[in-house]
Write a protein of this length. Sequence first.
Length: 140
Amino acid sequence: MADQPSTTNGRLGLRRIYETPLASDGKRILVDRLWPRGISKERANLFLWAKEVAPSADLRRWFHKDHARWPEFRLQYLAELDLNRSVSIVERIARNDITTLVFANADLEHNHAAILRDFLIARMRTAPAPETNPAGGNTK
């Protein structure tokens, strides 16, 4: 994963914030609620910090107490994403540009960014692109 983002569809990848940014990352979106330790804004090289799409603080704390809760965490986070209007901002970017979701977690498999990536890919495959009005907001 150090050379290029881990991608599923060629347009939406994952990368740890501690890895060197690459031009092939496209638009880098930090999807953690908390700013990662030891990373400057310059080093992060982000297009957007979308902390609103991260798991709620309560869910994050609940999961970090016991990682065996992964299956339930995944279900609860997916339920949060279904109700989260900020997801459409990240989705719109991912539909139009090569995008990399950036996160701090050292666990590459059991982290919310992987859940979010899979959620977005499924949504982009099954739903039409959100319509926008001239002011930039969703019309739906």
